[in-house]
Design a protein around this ligand. Structure first.
Ligand SMILES: *Cc1c(COP(=O)(O)O)cnc(C)c1O
Length: 376
């Protein structure tokens, strides 16, 4: 069993992917070739955002978004510590301060009720993360941001394809960033990412920043980066889009099988809550449990791979701890020791999921019968 099965996915789309790659090899426009604009048009249409700008990675997308907003030294940006490091990295790379707000224990997304108390005159933006593929509480976050004149950037690296109250992730706030890292729900075969906005001025700034701040050839109107996504990677995403809706259905099927086997169990294994007004693309299917190391070892012994997203919250990371010494995120601290992600993906069979759940629940009962009885 694979944690994320990229080989089966390639076999399912082999002809489409090979054909798209061959077309790029034939025309030879490896940088800013026709597939780049074609992908941007497809993704903008998919999300409903007016503009899509592809960039070198999801990390680059976050950096370009903050640069387009003019965020820099002396500014503060509010985000969650319960995320991949790139979310905070982009903020501090620009000399701004990352201010951490704790998460909702049921979804692991930023708790919108805790944002307002962290806003100061220096706050410029909020970066919620749509973790594990489930959109954050975007309406509540947008409302508090609007009251204080702040920009909102959805870190949708894990949630492309999810919907929220009838709208698509990546079109839920002023700016959104996604990633095409191979293991994300919509991945390429290297690095890639994209920005989304419906603001024409911001879109122009992002396009210029992506190519060294050029407004015309060798005219640099702003400070930029070398941040393009190459044509071959755009071609791979274009090919994968053909099967993407089917793959999302398969992800829903796999998650529903997990839910049926795990919700309401008496073994102390609690799946992350998916709220009724949104869908998740299940970049991860994650559970909360006690005795994680022991249960991971028990699953590994029967060749079931698991992963932890993420074992140390950012305000506890060696390079970041001094940046927001006042950060108080007890829920993040507690859950970092208890979350575990199970094998997930469109090509995972219901039989495999039954094996995972039976092994997990058996190990959980063995590991801590007393704790399990208590947490029911
Ligand atoms: C993967 C990820 C990123 C970074 O994307 P890359 O394409 O790997 O640079 C940023 N934020 C989150 C939440 C992610 O999961």
């Amino acid at each position: 069993m694979e944690f994320i099965d990229l080989k089966s996915q390639y076999q399912a789309s082999r002809e489409l992917i090979n054909g798209r790659i061959q077309a790029v090899l034939d025309h030879g426009q490896y940088i800013m070739g026709p597939e780049v604009g074609a992908l941007e048009a497809r993704l903008a249409e998919y999300t409903g955002a007016r503009h899509c700008i592809t960039v070198a990675s999801g990390t680059e997308a976050l950096l370009v978004a903050l640069m387009a907003l003019g965020v820099g030294r002396g500014d503060e940006v509010i985000t969650t510590p319960f995320t991949f490091i790139a979310t905070a990295e982009a903020i501090v790379l620009l000399g701004a301060t990352a201010v951490f707000v704790d998460i909702d224990p049921l979804t692991c997304n930023i708790d919108p009720a805790l944002i307002e108390e962290k806003i100061t005159p220096r706050t410029r933006a909020v970066i919620p993360v749509s973790l594990y593929g489930q959109p954050a509480d975007m309406d509540e976050i947008n409302a508090v941001a609007e009251r204080h004149g702040l920009a909102v950037i959805e870190d949708a690296a894990q949630s492309f394809g999810a919907s929220y109250r009838g709208r698509q992730s990546c079109n839920l706030s002023g700016i959104a960033c996604t990633s095409f890292f191979p293991s994300k729900p919509l991945g390429c075969y290297g690095d890639g990412g994209a920005l989304f906005t419906s603001d024409d001025e911001l879109a122009r700034a992002m396009r210029e920043i992506r190519v060294h701040g050029q407004s015309r050839r060798y005219v640099h109107t702003r400070i930029g980066v070398g941040g393009r996504m190459d044509t071959l990677q755009c071609a791979v995403v274009l090919a994968k889009l053909e099967l993407f809706d089917w793959e999302l259905q398969q992800r829903q099927r796999a998650a529903a099988t997990y839910d049926a086997l795990l919700l309401g169990n008496q073994a102390g294994v609690r799946p992350i809550l998916r709220r009724e007004d949104r869908t998740s693309v299940y970049a991860q299917y994650t559970v909360v449990l006690e005795q994680r190391a022991q249960l991971q070892a028990a699953l590994a012994a029967t060749k079931i791979p698991t992963a932890v997203h993420y074992p140390v919250p950012i305000h506890r990371q060696p390079a970041y701890a001094h940046l927001d010494p006042a950060a108080s995120c007890p829920v993040s601290d507690a859950l970092a020791g208890k979350v575990m992600s199970l094998p997930m993906g469109p090509y995972l069979s219901d039989a495999e999921i039954r094996t995972v759940c039976a092994t997990l629940l058996h190990a959980a009962r063995e590991a801590a019968p007393a704790a399990a009885a208590l947490s029911v």
